[in-house]
Design a protein around this ligand. Structure first.
Ligand SMILES: Nc1ncnc2c1ncn2[C@@H]1O[C@H](COP(=O)(O)OP(=O)(O)OP(=O)(O)O)[C@@H](O)[C@H]1O
Ligand SMILES: [Mg+2]
Length: 140
């Protein structure tokens, strides 16, 4: 689908966020400035997270408290130096959102919802959903 604005992408993230259940994993792929963090802000809104969600340089993992915990991973800076952040045992306390999953792929759960972001023009992004596993197909 096409998103025509930042606001629309936040709205999509929010719609998904309302359907998330504990233990779920969402991976966000695609272009720099594609809208991955913007989408994550929408998820945070749905989970009633008050803190501002962003991607500070050099922070790989941030944990936000809301109706569910949000484990927000930005693996961009792990490129070539991937390591296990050890989230498996905590995942059932919340949901995990992974930007740049290419750099964390050995440590992802077997099933997840993959969402790809493609830069079309300044204000437009093409967003594609690719569920892996039964529960994520249902979610879509
Ligand atoms: N339709 C749109 N959806 C999302 N963001 C948009 C859209 N149109 C313009 N933008 C702008 O694009 C930028 C997206 O930045 P964002 O940090 O969400 O990207 P990102 O995919 O997380 O990038 P990075 O790979 O660097 O982490 C923001 O500045 C936002 O305002
Ligand atoms: Mg980002």
């Amino acid at each position: 689908m096409l998103s025509k604005s930042e606001k629309e992408t936040i709205g999509l993230g929010e719609a998904l966020g309302k359907k998330l259940q504990k233990g779920m994993c969402i991976v966000l792929k695609g272009d720099l400035a594609g809208g991955k963090t913007t989408f994550t802000k929408g998820i945070g809104k749905a989970l009633n997270i008050k803190e501002v969600i962003n991607s500070p340089t050099f922070t790989i993992l941030k944990i936000y408290e809301g109706d569910l915990k949000l484990f927000h991973i930005d693996a961009y800076r792990l490129e070539g130096n991937e390591y296990d952040l050890g989230l498996d045992e905590y995942l059932d306390e919340g949901v995990m959102v992974v930007e740049w999953p290419e750099y964390y792929k050995d440590y992802l759960p077997k099933e997840y919802l993959e969402i790809s972001f493609k830069y079309v023009d300044d204000e437009t992004r093409e967003i594609t959903f690719n569920p892996v596993g039964e529960k994520y197909k249902e979610l879509c």
